[in-house]
Design a protein around this ligand. Structure first.
Ligand code: ADP
Ligand code: NA
Length: 342
């Protein structure tokens, strides 16, 4: 059996938000802290993925560093986890090319990410010439890079939020296609879907909280001050029903607040709804804001210390992480080249 190898990544397209934390980063830290002897852990700032939509170079540079600092601030420990920028490990892009020679166009064209990023209707197909003209190759083939990220580390487990299930399925399919043609090089990676429900946007609670939403009040970022957290929760979109109930379908706004609280405190949504049943919406919001602020306090303090550091700490951690990731991926590429006759 393979020794467990855990890989996951996050895009540096803004400071990570509460959805990233509950859906991903918090789980990464728990996996790290409970990892069995011999488990290897790789966590990447996937900056090449950020390029699938236009980026301002100076802004991207800033976001990369902020995302890196966030991973350290939430509790990833460079002694146990390799933390690195994807672009520092060229084997990710090299394996992407190789996988693109086995990946299915039909499968990729059915995936929804390119349609949603271009804001095209779900039922758009590549026969549509407008869609073809707007679509850049990198946005279309993004899932192949994601498969390469995972497979280049021979990852056995990939902790992600619920929203990434479809992409992981594509990675498994592509690994199987490769193994079928060239021999059993890649373990078939398993998704470790976070127990947290998707955190929804505070402004539009029927879509997920995301870095790509223009309205900054739609998300709590991990570096928000307690005052900023209170302000955003106060204006979060809810409804005007008189009592507090947990009902994600007909009351998505209130239910999102309850789910956030549930995950932070380890109390069930039903229990929270019962406790607050006769309380005002205002007091629920105040309580949720206080608890978020409490849970993010330590992360925020560490983040500020890391960003203020003048000793090159972050850069040296990034260099060590890249070296560990290079060493691990070099071994994969040796096997891949050998199997393919390169
Ligand atoms: P975003 O979608 O905000 O750009 P990424 O694509 O970089 O975030 O995702 C990083 C990780 O965060 C992934 O594992 C993803 O599943 C998780 N994630 C992103 N948004 C949410 C959300 N609203 N709720 C739960 N998990 C999320
Ligand atoms: Na995403």
């Amino acid at each position: 059996a393979h020794k467990p190898i855990i890989f996951s990544g996050i895009q540096p397209t803004a400071v990570p938000h509460l959805g990233n934390y509950l859906g991903a980063l918090h789980q990464w830290v728990k996996l790290q802290d409970n990892a069995a002897e011999g488990t290897k852990l790789f966590f990447s700032i996937v900056d090449l993925h950020a390029l699938t939509v236009p980026q301002d170079p100076a802004q991207l540079k800033k976001w990369r560093k902020e995302a890196f600092a966030t991973l350290l601030a939430v509790g990833l420990d460079p002694k146990r986890s390799a933390i690195f920028y994807q672009s520092s490990v060229p084997a990710h892009a090299e394996l992407m090319w190789i996988l693109s020679t086995v990946a299915s166009m039909g499968y990729l064209s059915r995936m929804t990410q390119w349609k949603s990023k271009l804001q095209l209707p779900e039922d758009t197909t590549l026969d549509d010439s407008t869609a073809r003209a707007q679509l850049r190759l990198g946005l279309f083939s993004y899932p192949v890079l994601q498969a390469a990220d995972i497979l280049v580390h021979r990852a056995t487990h990939v902790p992600v939020g619920e929203d990434q299930r479809q992409h992981l399925e594509f990675s498994r399919y592509t690994a199987n296609s490769f193994n079928h043609l060239y021999g059993p090089i890649f373990p078939i990676p398993e998704a470790l879907i976070s127990p947290a429900k998707r955190v929804m946007s505070l402004k539009e609670p029927t879509s997920k909280m995301s870095k790509s939403h223009a309205d900054e009040k739609s998300r709590i970022i991990l570096t928000d001050s307690p005052a900023e957290i209170r302000k955003k929760i106060k204006v979060a979109l809810t409804d005007s029903e008189p009592s507090i109930t947990y009902d994600p379908i007909s009351r998505p706004g209130v239910s999102n607040l309850i789910e956030i609280l549930s995950h932070l405190e380890g109390i069930s949504c039903e229990e929270i709804a019962a406790d607050f049943h006769t309380a005002s919406l205002r007091s629920l919001k105040e309580h949720v804001a206080d608890r978020i602020a409490y849970h993010l306090q330590e992360i925020r303090d560490r983040y500020i210390t890391i960003m203020d550091d003048k000793t090159g700490y972050l850069e040296s951690v990034a260099e060590e992480g890249a070296e560990a990731a290079q060493a691990n991926s070099r071994e994969t590429m040796r096997q891949v080249r050998d199997a393919m006759g390169l």
